[in-house]
Design a protein. Structure first.
Length: 99
């Protein structure tokens, strides 16, 4: 029974981590977020954030261009659609194919 309780707490903490990561990625103050920025906002470790992102692959978009410090940038598909117009999405898709 104790192992079952431990498994449930791990499952709920993983679900909570995913919610925190999505919330940070969809913060209206930012278009894209680095893992460091998400960690600072959520209090999660980088490993916890990476694990949450791995579990949310269908919902997360990684930028093809890193930030000025060379860090990878992330957002959710929903947030990307809300912050980027159709024209910029088409140009981004074309530039990925051309470059």
């Amino acid at each position: 029974m104790n192992q079952e309780t431990h498994a449930n707490s791990n499952g709920s903490s993983a679900a909570q981590a995913k919610q925190l990561v999505v919330g940070a990625l969809e913060d209206s103050r930012y278009d894209w977020r680095s893992l460091d920025g998400v960690a600072q906002q959520t209090g999660l470790t980088l490993d916890e954030i990476r694990h949450a992102i791995d579990g949310l692959q269908d919902e997360i978009v990684r930028s093809s261009v890193p930030d000025e410090k060379g860090r990878e940038l992330y957002t959710t598909r929903k947030h990307y659609r809300e912050t980027h117009g159709l024209g910029s999405r088409i140009l981004a898709a074309l530039s990925d194919k051309v470059a």
